[in-house]
Ligand binder design. Sequence first.
Ligand code: NAD
Length: 463
Amino acid sequence: MGSPPRWPLLVAGTLQDTEDWWQVPDAFSGEVMADVGMAGRRDVDAAVAAARRALTEWCALAPRERGILLERFGRAMDDVADEIADLMHHEMGKPLAEAAAEVARAAEVVHYFAGEAERLWTTQLPGQTPTTGSWIRPSPVGVVAAISPWNFPVALVVWKLAPALAAGCTVIVKPAIEAPLAAARVCRLAVEAGLPAGTVSCLTGDGPLIGEALATHPGIDKVAFTGSRRVAEQIASWAAPRLKALTLELGGHGPLVVLPDADLDVVAEVAVTQGYANAGQACYSVNRVLVPPELAGEVLARMRARIATLELGPMATERGLRRHHALLDDARAKGAHVEGGDTLDGRRVAPALVTGAGPGTRVVDEEPFTPIVSVVEAADVASAITEANRPDYGLVGYVCGGDMRSCLETAQAIECGTVVINGWRVVVPYAPYGGWRGSGVGTELGRPGLEAFVRWQHLRVLA
Ligand code: NAD
């Protein structure tokens, strides 16, 4: 067998070898599928210098021209979508259909922001004469460090890359080492699509080393991060004293509030689809189903029937597998009832369903990030809302109910950046996605996700 392919760094529009390499294991066979470059501080300096040089050219382009190049980038993603999905499938174990859907949705985001690039406007507020007044113009924030996690390795790169480029910023992407290949392939496509050298770089390697080098670098203007709260606090502590702009997209603890007139098939579909998608390794997961006591038995029965048809992909990391069992052990020790959840083979586990867990039990207090859903009885809607808002998370919530007025009132009382009513599809390119409270700072996607990469300039013309 030949040696595995090498994936060098992408810096200043070229592929660059490194001294150290990281072996990426295939999540299914365990064999090394590629060696990726491990960036050092010198590579960070080179990527930042290239991004600063490219900034002048990139932001001088007319928004329409940037849009055309982004559109070409989006089409390139469409063309090799199968190849990117296959890389993701093997590097992190995501089932192929889910990987393909992620790539397709991510390409939609690129197409959306290609259009938005043209719609970035300059407003003129007229003064007393034709040559006086106020011009309000968007200017790019500058050089952006985009640090992303492994659970949606393509989507969460693109949510930063596409709007930042549309706004005229240049970007250094740092994918997670657990899933670097699909993200690196996407960055290469941007370069192949004709974006100027240095506009997009990709530094694979050690998270803490590259993260610190980027977040403390004087040439970086903004850090856009998705990942855990622990790392977010670290990054913020580096960026804050240097007054760098920050976007932090963190974990969630998704509540699903079941109203008394809900369609229980829809409840079961939302709970199971969102509870176990990506083997529970999703920030938007349903983690707690808050159900009126009289409906609990029927909701559980319908969930069990759906769970029986599921086949989850392997957990992406050993750490995740250990965490899954530690959370279930904690639940049992605190008197909750656990169904399923066993290890099947390798890193594959059965979906777990927990009942009888209350505050103080980890599964209902901490983001599980493993395939565990807790069903919790709530005496009435008010107590369901109180429980929905209890843990310090506020990313995505769900409401199921018949009466739309009650659904909307309940949704507005849930302190989450997104609340989905009677369904589970959370993300669309044109709507903002962001965590409230402990789930983050700032917003991605939609118009606010573009303006996150803009600084406004007011030109006051008085004569
Ligand atoms: P993580 O915080 O461990 O890693 C995220 C990124 O930070 C990776 O690129 C990693 O290499 C890097 N990193 C790790 N340690 C670092 C350090 N000390 N300094 C600088 N950078 C460092 O997160 P993860 O385990 O990859 O991802 C899981 C988390 O991401 C979960 O909490 C999940 O909910 C969250 N998430 C949030 C969203 C959202 O949009 N809100 C989406 C997906 C995942």
